[in-house]
Design a protein around this ligand. Structure first.
Ligand SMILES: [Ca+2]
Ligand SMILES: [Ca+2]
Length: 169
């Protein structure tokens, strides 16, 4: 008599061995308004969840974006959903029925595609100059006042912004 040929269900019983961020690279600088592609390597895993946090630290309760149930090891955020200018940290969870495996955390920064467009409205006009000056002279200066990204807000930033402003984009 022929036996029943019973196939077990296709279920992974092991957690993923590893998941490793690939793109964007650590501390990548991405111009605003561009599609942004994330990619990761994984050993094991069935689906992936991508977490993106604003700032430079993972605050577990408060991701800015969560992309769940991804079935490939890449995700592109389209231009229409582009992230605003700022610092971000991200990681990926590789998920199986047996549990989750998290990647290391990576940071990246979204910067203005046109630095002189200080208010990000697509034009360089006097509003941008006024906005930069207000930022520069506020106490304490707002972080965007560090126009040359050297960690300080000082007269070099004002000079660099004014030069960029009159150069335009
Ligand atoms: Ca503007
Ligand atoms: Ca500076």
């Amino acid at each position: 008599m022929m036996g029943w040929n019973v196939h077990p269900p296709m279920v992974s019983l092991a957690v993923a061995e590893s998941v490793t961020p690939v793109l964007p690279s650590q501390e990548a600088v991405i111009p605003s308004g561009e599609a942004l592609t994330f990619a990761w390597d994984a050993i094991g895993g069935e689906t992936w969840t991508l977490f993106i946090y604003q700032g430079s630290e993972v605050l577990d309760d408060n991701p800015m974006r969560v992309y769940e149930d991804l079935t490939s090891q890449t995700l592109t955020i389209p231009i229409e959903e582009a992230l605003p200018v700022g610092q971000y940290v991200w990681y990926v969870l590789a998920r199986t029925l047996a549990g989750d495996t998290g990647s290391t955390h990576r940071t990246f920064e979204v910067v203005r595609a046109c630095p002189a467009d200080f208010n990000g409205d697509g034009n360089v006009d006097p509003d941008d100059l006024a906005g930069f000056i207000a930022c520069y002279f506020s106490l304490p200066p707002c972080p965007e006042g560090d126009f040359n990204h050297d960690g300080n807000v000082d007269p070099d930033d004002l000079a660099d912004y004014v030069a960029a402003h009159f150069e335009g984009c």
